[in-house]
Design a protein around this ligand. Structure first.
Ligand SMILES: Cc1ncc(COP(=O)(O)O)c(C=O)c1O
Length: 479
């Protein structure tokens, strides 16, 4: 046996896999058990990028260096701990441990799902999930959609379909250069992926005309009218309106009924970016935040933001499912309805990706194991906790909030008596929090001012953790 043959046998030896797998799962279970303030105080391990990079140099070579189980403790120790209740930073969620196991199964199966034959089980599961989501949105039986790798690609997919629906010719075939200049009207609070989509589509970022928002960060009627006029001034014909449900910075939900009225008035495709906030559809208490979504042409929903899924799991849902064939239409397949309905299972016709991970499977098995009510309970509790946190901040006297939270995102500032530079203070506080690593929060700019920002996305975060965060901020502010 050559060295290669020996290693090959080892790599695919079921007993080796079982042994290593048990070690890995044990290490991960210990990590999960310790992921609480008493077990591990650090949620974030700040290290300078250059020294982090240097520390991993020379760690693999032509011959085996170290087994994974030996490397894993260091990987866990030096990574951000999203399982920890005091990780309240970005919108990337704590992964449901079961979904991570689903990921393991999916990685081993590695069914690519570009076409049906490549991932038949996942294809069927994804179709059921899309129907479930479309039903929650209030779409009719004609709805359809796809899963794609992330909200940015999801927004691009929907906007490509919107453009093709509005275009006079076949832009996919002929290119955008000869076409009349187009515009997208979008909330001034929209995620940057909307502008990026416009640029990728060859429209240029200038094609995105911002719609002004009020003090609650909702698009306004006057903002819409002004944006419509502005598109005209720029010599562009608007074809889509993008509303937030909810916005990235403050978690604010646009009034979707109003947005649907405006879109109908101006003949625009209404796309709702529900990457973060569509999860509220599950909550009897909060689903009214999405009233009007049933009139949208398309929306996206990131399960890695509001359904406890490991990244990335994004659904792009179209009210008229046939339109989902137009985003990447090489031969305008929507025109040939027979093909469109027959080929729902060959997803590569409709997604940016060719090969994809078995992303729907992770969500499907999680819904099967815990039930949809569990996820409804999670969303309600997270959205409730944000309101409670805002109440505590406001009544404390030494904090202010940017607006009343509508989802699980809270933007706030520490107010220190006599501090001449409040923006600088928030930045200093965040820097100290990062260095200490006991909490992870982020910061954002709103109306030219700096705010601290939390996303209460971890179901194990409690009001007590948030009280402790306020204390930590006060103490950072003093130092
Ligand atoms: C509202 C909204 N849309 C889209 C995105 C992009 O999603 P992803 O990071 O999955 O590409 C984000 C990410 O934060 C978001 O908040």
């Amino acid at each position: 046996m050559t060295a290669y043959e020996r290693l090959l046998a080892k790599a695919f030896d079921p007993e080796e896999f079982r042994r290593e797998g048990k070690k890995i799962v044990d290490l991960l279970a210990d990590f999960l058990a310790a992921s609480e303030p008493e077990g591990r105080s650090r949620v974030f391990a700040w290290e300078d990028p250059e020294s982090m990079f240097a520390s991993w140099a020379g760690r693999f070579a032509a011959k085996p260096s170290r087994p994974f189980a030996d490397l894993l403790p260091e990987i866990l120790d030096r990574s951000n701990n999203l399982l920890h209740p005091r990780y309240v930073g970005h919108q990337c969620t704590t992964a449901l441990p079961l979904a991570a196991l689903g990921g393991l199964a999916g990685q081993l199966l590695n069914n690519g799902t570009a076409i049906y034959e490549m991932g038949p089980v996942n294809a069927a599961m994804e179709r059921h999930l899309i129907r479930w989501m479309a039903g929650l949105a209030g779409f009719g039986p004609g709805a359809d959609g796809v899963f794609t790798s992330g909200g940015s690609g999801g927004n691009l997919t929907a906007l490509l379909a919107a453009r093709q629906a509005a275009a006079e010719g076949d832009i996919w075939r002929d290119g955008a250069a000869g076409a009349a200049p187009l515009a997208i009207l979008a909330s001034s609070q929209c995620h940057y992926s909307v502008r990026r989509s416009a640029a990728i589509m060859g429209l240029g970022e200038e094609a995105v005309v911002p719609v002004d928002v009020d003090e609650k960060f909702h698009m306004t009627a006057s903002g819409f009218k002004t944006a419509l006029a502005e598109a005209g001034k720029r010599g562009r014909r608007p074809f889509a309106l993008v509303a937030n449900a909810c916005s990235t910075a403050t978690g604010s939900y646009d009034d979707l009924e109003q947005a649907a009225d405006w879109a109908a008035f101006a003949g625009l495709w209404l796309h709702v970016d529900g990457a973060h906030g569509a999860g509220a559809l599950l909550s009897p208490k909060y689903r009214s935040l999405l009233r009007g979504l049933e009139r949208a042409d398309s929306f996206i929903w990131d399960a890695h933001k509001s359904l406890l899924m490991p990244a990335l799991v994004t659904a792009v849902v179209f009210r008229d499912g046939g339109r989902s064939f137009e985003a990447f239409s090489q031969n305008a397949s929507y025109l040939f309805e027979k093909t469109a309905t027959e080929e729902w299972y060959n997803f590569a016709h409709r997604t940016l990706e060719c090969t994809k991970t078995m992303m729907g499977m992770r969500l499907f098995i999680s819904l099967a194991a815990y039930g949809t009510d569990f996820f409804a309970g999670y969303v309600t509790a997270a959205w409730d906790l944000a309101r409670e946190f805002a109440r505590r901040l406001r009544t404390a006297g030494d904090f202010e909030t940017a607006s009343e939270p509508e989802s699980n995102i809270v933007c706030f500032r520490h107010l220190k008596k006599g501090e001449p530079d409040l923006d600088g203070l928030q930045r200093r506080i965040r820097r100290i929090l990062l260095e200490q690593g006991r909490f992870y929060v982020v910061q954002t700019q709103l109306d030219g001012r700096t705010w601290l920002r939390c996303t209460l996305i971890n179901p194990r975060t409690t009001a007590g953790d948030l009280d402790a965060l306020m204390e930590e901020i006060r103490s950072a502010g003093r130092s």
